[in-house]
Design a protein around this ligand. Sequence first.
Ligand SMILES: Nc1ncnc2c1ncn2[C@@H]1O[C@H](COP(=O)(O)OP(=O)(O)O)[C@@H](O)[C@H]1O
Ligand SMILES: Cc1ncsc1CCOP(=O)(O)O
Ligand SMILES: [Mg+2]
Length: 260
Amino acid sequence: MKTNLMKTIREQQPIVLNVANHVTPQRVADGINYIGGSPMMMADPLEAADLTKIADAVVLNLGSTNPTAQALMLGAGETANRLHKPVVFDPVAVGATPLRRKRTQQLLERAPVTLIRGNAGEVAALAGVSWDQRGIDAGQGSVDPVTVAQTAAQKCQCIVVLSGPTDIITDGTTVYQVENNAPMLTTNVGMGDVLDGILGVAAGISTDLETITTATGILPVAAELATHQYPDAPFSFLAETYNQLARLDDQTLQQRLKIK
Ligand SMILES: Nc1ncnc2c1ncn2[C@@H]1O[C@H](COP(=O)(O)OP(=O)(O)O)[C@@H](O)[C@H]1O
Ligand SMILES: Cc1ncsc1CCOP(=O)(O)O
Ligand SMILES: [Mg+2]
């Protein structure tokens, strides 16, 4: 694993450019900032290319899809590809509507992404696996999530991080699993988006599978520590998770990470 990830983030302070949804941008910006990255949100497609030039990584979120957001995603994605910068894509509720599927397909065709992060329902939709997705939530399915993640990674030719009680990280062949677990993360909207932002910070340093796996553990490790203090208070848990993100060092992360 990447044993000096937190130190490297704080030294390099990667700039992460986001096409955020309309619900959780503050949570995402705080998550990036608290671990030591530098967040930037954008809203005008006319500056997507110029802002991508100064970014170390780009994070694209389908959550509030609309024509402007799609133009932002395509503009940033195409420029990032041309400049060989990493792109993280979150296909929020992609299986829910034909429009989300169409816009995702257009993005993946015009600007291939480095990493897709989604819950099981979203990744299943990309893999073409039958799944009972529930809006922005994972829903239920009967196929092994590891198979779902590997199928999506092979189909989209990128790294896939399938989040859930166990997070699955795969390039289609090698598979790592992060078993750190804080159920209250699911009570707060936007924790998947915060994970995307953290993965963007890490991708700004390296996109090797070990770095991405270590980065996937940052949020659940911080959330486990917060759970000890606030086992039944979701909003205090959320604030404490951010405190823990700001405090987290490599020693604590490596001690607490449960990877298989
Ligand atoms: N059932 C669960 N128990 C514990 N942690 C979970 C569970 N589901 C998701 N998580 C964690 O919540 C964070 C956000 O993931 P997830 O809820 O799957 O994304 P999304 O919000 O996009 O649906 C991840 O860090 C993941 O590990
Ligand atoms: C509620 C909502 N609606 C559109 S995007 C969004 C936020 C989704 O955030 P997350 O998937 O990280 O919980
Ligand atoms: Mg989500």
